[in-house]
Ligand binder design. Structure first.
Ligand code: SAH
Length: 346
């Protein structure tokens, strides 16, 4: 019999499982807390449970665990990049950053990605598979254990498209923010999407307080389609309408991410068009000079061009920030570290 993965179960699911096995409901809660609050990796550690119960649990369930295979630490700002091995041998990457307001972990939601954005390294080899809720949680848990510091913010901006793995993402958010676990405030959780409309609409119905980030990267469908194949599937007016719905249902402002690529979407006319597009939309723009990916042959605009782009937005009444680059010396954007690791491993 295949063992059920227990770290992916919500507190309600786990309590139901234990009740169904004839145990009192509080046992479910207890096990849940050992896994998600005390970050236990084995049933042996759960010493409040009887030996017999631990044995039964071990026979029926497995506890997913990630194995750190490499950690790179930036000498500039302490940013840490992690490569983790999943139990099936797949490799994923996560990043830990320290800010003034706390510490933030950027996690992957899939192994690889099938969205095909032209500037992104994560999608070069397509999608391998979805991550389980446990495998998303483990990135946060392992990093908190390794740094010894409480993780305060989580961003789902690593490899993968979270809306392409929505059910697992929702379980992950519930476990990460709910009672009995790390209890990370939903307001400190950000999910970034390339703009899958049904996913955004479903998310807006979930009664969550997380931040939605939309990868925009262009002021119109023509420019967007050059960078993001998904733009051909969901036209911009529909995507922005879904973002408006998200704001109306949750009261949370949307972040618009805009990676600046030299000669593609960085012209002042693009900035003006972007300002027109976002007029009246509740949210702000995060400008990211594109991280060059060797396989892609795209480069970033120079600093003056980036500042000029931001000024145009601000003069038009659109809030804009330029993303501070972290871990410059251990660089490689989304999926680049994993890619170079896999290439070396052969
Ligand atoms: N699939 C999701 C989340 C993962 S990517 C999404 O598309 O939003 C997180 C962000 O990093 C996205 O805005 C993505 O477009 C951006 N990104 C990916 N590769 C990049 C690169 N080389 N330079 C700058 N931004 C990049």
């Amino acid at each position: 019999m295949e063992k059920k993965e227990i770290k992916s179960l919500t507190i309600e699911e786990l309590t139901e499982e234990m009740k169904a096995r004839g145990y009192p409901a509080f046992r479910g809660k207890q096990i849940y807390q050992w896994i998600h609050e005390r970050l236990a990796d084995s049933f042996e550690e759960m010493t409040v449970l009887s030996k017999d119960m631990r044995k039964e649990l071990k026979e029926r369930y497995r506890i997913a665990r990630l194995e750190p295979v490499q950690v790179l630490v930036s000498k500039v700002d302490g940013t840490r990049k992690y490569l983790f091995a999943l139990e099936d041998g797949n490799i994923i990457e996560s990043v830990w950053m320290r800010y003034k307001h706390g510490t933030s972990v950027c996690i992957s939601s899939q192994v690889g990605c099938r969205m095909g954005c032209t500037f992104c390294a994560s999608t070069l080899d397509g999608l391998e598979r979805d991550l389980l809720p446990a495998e998303m949680l483990e990135q946060v848990y392992q990093i908190q254990k390794d740094t010894g510091e409480r993780v305060s913010h989580v961003v789902v901006m690593g490899s993968g498209e979270p809306m392409d793995n929505l059910d697992n993402l929702l379980a992950f958010i519930k476990i990460l923010s709910g009672p009995g676990g790390l209890h990370i405030s939903q307001r400190n959780i950000t999910v970034s999407t390339c703009g899958i409309v049904p996913g955004i609409l479903k998310l807006s119905e979930e009664g969550l307080q997380i931040t939605l980030a939309l990868s925009l990267h262009g002021p119109d469908d023509q420019v967007r389609r050059k960078l993001m194949p998904i733009a051909g599937r969901y036209p911009l007016p529909e995507v922005l309408e879904a973002c408006r719905t998200y704001f109306l249902k949750t009261g949370r402002r949307v972040t618009f991410e805009y990676s600046l690529v030299r000669g593609v979407n960085d012209h002042p006319s693009h900035a003006h068009a972007l300002a027109r597009l976002l007029k009246g939309q509740q949210g702000h723009v995060n400008l990211i000079p594109v991280n060059p990916v060797r396989e892609r042959g795209l480069s970033q605009p120079d600093r003056r061009q980036v500042d000029g782009f931001k000024n145009i937005l601000e003069k038009s009444g659109i809030n804009a920030t330029i993303r501070r680059e972290m871990g410059r010396d251990i660089n490689g954007a989304c999926g680049q570290l994993r890619k170079s690791f896999l290439q070396k491993r052969g």
